[in-house]
Ligand binder design. Structure first.
Ligand code: 15L
Length: 269
């Protein structure tokens, strides 16, 4: 499948590009910055919130064969101002969706985040039926971007899969990560499942590995064909060598962990 990956220079992009290529996909990168040395994929520099830049990227990328799907990873991966969050998550998604319609690209896989439901108290395993409950402006941006995907799926019949990614890291570093970790290899498996699942329509899935201590239900991800192979439990002894702190307790209270704390509170305007 020929796939345009936005935010290709970011931490997830840098794992996905080789990962999807190794699995036989034809990957095209897009980012604000030039391709890191040694990147084998075709690459376009541009802002995916800018309709002209996106249009010309779609046109140029199509010379190598029609783009069949977009994996939208670009965006500020942290808390910012509300304006910046809306531009970074909602306007980029809108710009890409419009370009997809213009160029008959029918599937988008979106890097949403657990912070779309981050303010949910941590009790039982959380499924995707739980209402949006952002913990930050970052989370608000992700909720709004998911709503936009749903609108375009309903209006135009696009396939739009929002992956609420947990903690994408080489390995878990904190107690919270023992529940929220998404390994690099599982991230590739998850995105490939979201790209290739037959007719998903609009779907939401949590993006974590098969963690023994998971806080999120993987049923909807597995329904897409995701078969995670890693478990944060492998690292539990190392993580738990350090005594638990008050920060660990705070992080365990809500699914968004540290993003819920007052450190992230600020006026919207
Ligand atoms: C995210 O969505 C963030 O991009 C990342 O920085 C981490 O905070 C991660 O979630 C997490 O919850 O661990």
């Amino acid at each position: 499948m020929r796939v345009l990956v936005t935010g290709a220079a970011g931490s997830i992009g840098q794992v996905l590009l080789p990962g999807l290529t190794d699995r036989g996909h034809d990957v095209v990168g897009m980012d604000l910055v030039v391709a890191p040395d040694g990147t084998p994929s075709p690459w376009y520099v541009g802002d995916c919130g800018d309709p002209d830049a996106v249009r010309s990227t779609f046109e140029a990328a199509a010379h190598g064969g029609p783009i069949e799907a977009v994996v939208h990873l670009a965006g500020i991966p942290d808390e910012s101002s509300l304006d910046a969050a809306l531009a970074s998550h909602v306007l980029t998604t809108a710009t890409l969706l419009d370009a997809m319609r213009e160029h008959a690209v029918s599937r988008i896989v979106y890097a949403s985040s657990n912070h779309a439901v981050g303010r949910t108290p941590r009790t039982d395993l959380l499924d995707t039926e739980t209402p949006p409950r952002p913990d930050t402006f970052y989370g608000v941006g992700k909720v709004a971007a998911e709503a936009l995907l749903r609108l375009y799926a309903d209006r135009y019949g696009l396939d739009a899969v929002a992956l609420r990614i947990g903690s994408f890291l080489p390995q878990p570093e904190t107690r919270r990560h023992l529940a929220t970790w998404l390994s690099h290899d599982d991230a590739v498996r998850l995105v490939e499942a979201a790209l290739t699942a037959p007719d998903p329509g609009f779907a939401v899935a949590y993006g974590i590995s098969a963690n023994t201590r998971a806080w999120w239900d993987l049923a909807s991800a597995r329904a897409l064909g995701y078969a995670p192979q890693d478990d944060a439990e492998t690292f539990a002894a190392t993580v738990e060598e350090t005594p638990a702190t008050e920060a660990d307790e705070v992080e365990a209270a809500h699914v968004g962990g540290p993003f819920v704390t007052e450190r992230f509170w600020r006026p919207a305007r």
